[in-house]
Write a protein that binds this ligand. Structure first.
Ligand SMILES: O=C(O)c1ccccc1NCC(=O)[C@H](O)[C@H](O)COP(=O)(O)O
Length: 230
């Protein structure tokens, strides 16, 4: 079971998050979009992703800009393991996937799908031919994009999507140590993601990871997956 932990800002918390069991770590490289306090300067992104690579942890660059040219430029500059499109104004298409391969040949593409009703099943299927991962999420966040809401959604729809698409699915939206095992049992995803419920949030959008919660999230996810033989 892949445990994906967002959104890292500082180098030290990134190291502690990897020590606590994260398989994928995600952050928002400096861009025109997203919560200003979450944006990470590119020199720090490189330092964090270099450390992830050294440990065999997967690096994810979260795209909240709605400009595909800016996404491709960031992909080329950073060469992350995964580029995750999470904005609500632009979704990947076949042309984007090909252009990303040209500029970042080893970077996989993850597309967020907003699960608001059953039409999400067809929307997820549309991405299947050209993305490497689908992330199912709640939203919309009050400030931007799909996600970071801390809210769950209808898991029955997610379970249908996991069966309907032939792409690894990461489950997101309101997951924390308390409910990650239930989500895995109900949905049987490839991976699980957490932001709000494994973070301490401060005024002005500042936040840091709560490492005890990150560790509990990873342990509970692994225990549920083991119980199910996943
Ligand atoms: O990572 C961010 O800063 C972010 C900001 C605005 C929208 C989405 C963002 N991240 C996308 C993610 O995939 C989150 O981890 C996912 O939405 C889960 O969030 P939560 O429900 O808060 O656990």
């Amino acid at each position: 079971m892949i445990k994906q932990i967002y959104s890292l800002i500082q180098y030290d918390e990134s190291v502690k998050t990897m020590d606590a069991g994260a398989d994928n770590i995600g952050l928002v490289p400096m861009q025109n979009g997203g919560v200003p306090a979450h944006r990470v300067p590119l020199d720090r992104v490189r330092k964090i992703f270099d450390e992830a690579k050294r440990r065999g942890v997967t690096s994810v660059a979260i795209m909240l800009t709605n400009d595909p040219e800016e996404m491709l430029k960031l992909g080329e500059e950073i060469q992350p393991d995964i580029l995750h499109i999470a904005g609500d104004g632009y979704a990947a298409d076949e042309t984007f996937a090909k252009r990303l391969k040209d500029v970042a040949p080893h970077t996989k593409l993850m597309q967020a799908v907003l699960v608001d009703n059953e039409s999400a099943i067809d929307r997820a299927k549309k991405f299947e031919p050209f993305v490497d991962y689908i992330l199912l999420d709640s939203g919309l966040a009050h400030d931007t994009g799909i996600g970071a809401s801390g809210q769950t959604h209808d898991w029955n729809i997610d379970a249908q999507i996991v069966k309907a698409v032939n792409v690894p699915v990461i489950e997101a939206g309101g997951l924390g140590p308390d409910n990650v095992a239930d989500a895995i049992k109900k949905i049987r995803p490839y991976g699980v993601d957490s932001l709000t419920k494994t973070s301490i949030k401060y005024e002005g959008g500042n936040m840091e990871k709560d490492i005890d919660k990150v560790r509990a999230f990873c342990e509970n996810a692994d225990a549920a997956a083991k119980e199910l033989g996943l």
